[in-house]
Design a binder for this molecule. Sequence first.
Ligand code: HEC
Ligand code: HEC
Ligand code: HEC
Length: 112
Amino acid sequence: MHKTATLILFAAAVLLFSTLLWAQNKGAKEIIIPGGTTGNVPMKHHLHQKVLVDCNLCHSLFPQTAGIIQKLKDEGKLEKKKIMNNCQKCHREKTNAGLKTGPVTCKSCHVK
Ligand code: HEC
Ligand code: HEC
Ligand code: HEC
């Protein structure tokens, strides 16, 4: 009897945990960020999530909403290149540390 109760409790916990994981909206797998006349910037969103784990490494600067970067810029609420500087800073730091990372030159991020 005791054993069955423990098993049921365990199953319920697993179900709750997987529901919570599934419920988190991770957004698009790949994202193309508008980059003005220099060209748009494609990035693998889910790859970053997997490698970096902490959403706030990017989302402390803007909410988890599609199109928000351009919207905030249009409203004058977000400085141009502010997000870019955050991308570049991390890539540079990792490059300097000899770790696998993303591009650091204009043309490897901005595509036309
Ligand atoms: C390396 C930077 C980065 C990280 C880390 C990151 N995101 Fe994002 N996320 C973005 C960008 C860029 C956008 C697009 C914003 C826009 O369209 O203006 C975005 C958009 C989103 C959106 C809106 C829907 C969409 O697909 O555009 C959701 C939801 C989201 N992110 C969830 C998450 C979650 C959850 C995590 C952590 C598990 C996370 N993000 C980690 C950069 C990041
Ligand atoms: C790590 C990727 C990355 C690199 C490297 C990079 N950029 Fe960007 N850039 C972005 C992203 C993402 C945006 C859009 C978000 C923002 O404005 O912060 C952007 C925005 C810009 C904008 C503003 C566009 C606008 O009208 O709002 C200009 C101009 C620009 N980049 C030029 C450059 C130049 C010149 C270089 C090389 C010296 C460069 N970028 C290197 C990712 C990058
Ligand atoms: C906190 C660190 C960090 C931040 C912030 C970050 N990146 Fe990266 N980026 C990485 C790492 C680490 C990799 C290598 C992932 C791998 O291949 O395992 C990477 C890979 C990439 C790549 C090559 C793979 C791909 O996505 O096509 C691009 C392009 C890229 N990043 C663009 C961006 C852009 C644009 C931003 C800002 C919106 C950004 N990154 C913000 C750490 C970061």
